[in-house]
Design a protein around this ligand. Structure first.
Ligand code: SF4
Length: 234
C-alpha cells in the first residue's frame, strides 16, 4: 500500500500539459511542514509501507528533506519522490536526500532529445538537468522510473527514448497518455495526442523496453488498446 503526500504547489518548470499551471507559476504554496509530518505519521500508523512525495515540484521546497527524513525514521520501506529531476542534477543535494532515506524516484523525461523535452517543459536546459539528475540518483543506488507524457514530438521516437533510459541506468518506464490536454494549458494544443493515436506507437515501445529488461508501464490506455497484455497495464 502506498499513499501520495503533496508538499507544494510550486514548480520550476512550465510543462504544456500541466494540470495546475497557476500554482506552477510561482508564489508561496508550500504545505505546512507540521501538517506533512502529521500525515506521514497517520499513514504509517495506518499500515502504509510506501509513500510518494509529490508537488507541484517537491524539490523546490525544504519540506522535502524534512519529509524524507521523517519517513525514514517512521520505517517506510519505500520513500519515493515524484519529480522533474532538475534540482537533482546538484549531486550534493541528491546525496543529502539519499542519506536522509530516499529510496526511489519517478523522474519526468519527455523525450530522448533536449529540443523535444525542453519544448514540452517550456524550460530550456531542463533535459540536461533531468538526465544529470537520473545519473546522480543512480550513482547513489536510488531506483529510478522515467516518466514520459506522450506528445506528437516524442511519439515516433519511443525506441530511442527506451535506449536512453536504459543507458542512464533507470529500471522502469511509464508512458502516459492524456485523455485530453488541459484546456488553456496547452499553448500549442496540436502537440497533444489522443489514446487512439498513441496506441500503435506505445505497443511496440512497451515490448521493446521489456525485451531490454526494463519494467514498462502504460498509463491512460485501455486494455483493449494494449491487446489486453496486462504486463503493461496500470
Ligand atoms: S514538472 Fe509537473 S508540476 Fe511542474 S510544470 Fe511540469 S507537470 Fe506541472
Amino acid at each position: 500500500m502506498s499513499e501520495a503526500v503533496r508538499l507544494t504547489g510550486r514548480c520550476n518548470s512550465r510543462c504544456l500539459f500541466c494540470p495546475r499551471p497557476p500554482a506552477c507559476a510561482g508564489g508561496l504554496d508550500d504545505e505546512d511542514p507540521a501538517r506533512v509530518l502529521r500525515r506521514l505519521h497517520e499513514l504509517r500508523e495506518g499500515g502504509a509501507r510506501r509513500v510518494v512525495l509529490t508537488g507541484g515540484e517537491p524539490t523546490v521546497t525544504v519540506v522535502l528533506s524534512l519529509a524524507v527524513a521523517e519517513a525514514h525514521t517512521l520505517g517506510f520501506e519505500e520513500i519515493i519522490v515524484r519529480t522533474n529531476g532538475r534540482r537533482l542534477a546538484d549531486g550534493a543535494y541528491t546525496r543529502r536526500l539519499v542519506r536522509g532515506g530516499l529510496t526511489h524516484a519517478v523522474v519526468s523525461l519527455h523525450g530522448y532529445r533536449p529540443e523535444v523535452h525542453d519544448a514540452i517543459t517550456r524550460t530550456p536546459g531542463s533535459f540536461a538537468e533531468a538526465t544529470d539528475g537520473v545519473v546522480a540518483l543512480r550513482r547513489h543506488g536510488v531506483d529510478v522510473t522515467c516518466a514520459l507524457v506522450l506528445a506528437r514530438p516524442n511519439l515516433g521516437e519511443l525506441r530511442a527514448y527506451v535506449d536512453l533510459v536504459k543507458a542512464l541506468g533507470a529500471g522502469a518506464v511509464t508512458l502516459r497518455t492524456l485523455r485530453a490536454w488541459p484546456a488553456g494549458a496547452a499553448h500549442d494544443a496540436s502537440l497533444g495526442v489522443t489514446p487512439a493515436e498513441a496506441a500503435p506507437f506505445v505497443r511496440p515501445a512497451l515490448a521493446y523496453g521489456a525485451a531490454r529488461g526494463l519494467r514498462m508501464i502504460s498509463l491512460g490506455l485501455r486494455r483493449a488498446a494494449l491487446d489486453s497484455d496486462l504486463r503493461y497495464y496500470h
